[in-house]
Design a protein around this ligand. Structure first.
Ligand SMILES: Nc1ncnc2c1ncn2[C@@H]1O[C@H](COP(=O)(O)OP(=O)(O)OP(=O)(O)O)[C@@H](O)[C@H]1O
Ligand SMILES: [Mg+2]
Length: 256
């Protein structure tokens, strides 16, 4: 069973084709890599898969069910969550509040609140706080729970984004460059956390990353995107040897 099947995904911005019939799959329970040079269409693929952008062609299936064009909040409820290349947090809210705000709506929030509902709401809030603390503990961020999110380092913000995905009960998490600009120590921590969440909680990850060593370490299956198309799939070792991949990366080095 695949967590995701992406078939012939096409996305145009005006006359420019960012995704050109891209096809790939993500086995359920895997950590799968999505690599490729700058501008290959990786983040665009995430935006389309997670329902932030409508595709111009192709389809997406989530655990076998077609979800093409489904809005992000519906996919979120169905367990598919993306993180952003540049973390999108509430900068002035604390780290804890950022996590609490990511949980699905509580029953108490939907009811008109008569006096007898107050206690229930308070109980729900305590439960939410406990759940958020448990997630922060797993991410080793409990010491920063009360800090405004804006004060965190770039790498810590990426971890908070992952924490927000976990609070929503996600089963499939799309991670956009979790290691970009992160120091070595935090990188090890992020890698270990992704692995633990995969092995212990069975969360499926699709990982965009330019750190190919990290992709090699985490991902048995890797897809390489270039100019909106998947040009190779396999292990990182196979991908590295693939002539089309070598060409695509050399092209980037020359134009960079
Ligand atoms: N909203 C948009 N409007 C117009 N063009 C866009 C838009 N979003 C992305 N693009 C273009 O689509 C192409 C793919 O962009 P995308 O962000 O998906 O690349 P990427 O593979 O994630 O690159 P990077 O590794 O640099 O993050 C780029 O040429 C980009 O400029
Ligand atoms: Mg990107």
């Amino acid at each position: 069973m695949n967590a995701l099947d992406v078939e012939g995904l096409t996305k145009r911005f005006g006359g420019f084709t960012a995704l050109d019939q891209a096809s790939f799959h993500v086995p359920a329970g895997s950590i799968t890599g999505l690599v490729g040079p700058n501008g290959a269409g990786k983040s665009t693929a995430f935006a389309v898969i997670a329902g932030f952008l409508r595709p111009d062609g192709g389809r997406v299936r989530l655990f076998g069910e077609e979800v093409t064009g489904t809005p992000p909040w519906v996919l979120h409820r169905r367990g598919l969550v993306r993180t952003f290349q540049i973390p999108r947090l509430f900068p002035r809210l604390s780290v804890l509040e950022n996590l609490m705000a990511a949980a699905p709506p509580q029953p108490g929030e939907r009811l008109p609140a008569p006096w007898f509902a107050r206690r229930r709401i308070a109980e729900e809030e305590r439960a939410l706080r406990r759940a958020a603390c448990a997630v922060l503990e797993r991410l080793d961020l409990l010491g920063h729970a009360e800090a405004p999110a804006a004060q965190l380092s770039g790498g810590q913000k990426k971890l908070v984004e992952l924490g927000r995905a976990l609070m929503s009960g996600a089963r499939v998490v799309l991670l956009d460059e979790p290691a970009a600009g992160v120091n070595r120590t935090l990188l090890r921590h992020i890698a270990a956390t992704i692995q633990a969440l995969n092995r212990q909680d069975g969360i499926t990850f699709l990982l965009i990353e330019h750190d190919l060593e990290l992709v090699d370490e985490l991902c048995p299956l890797v897809h390489c995107l270039a100019e909106g198309r998947v040009i190779a799939s396999g292990s990182m070792a196979e991908i590295r040897r693939h002539p089309a991949v070598v060409d695509a990366y050399l092209g980037m080095a020359v134009t960079a």
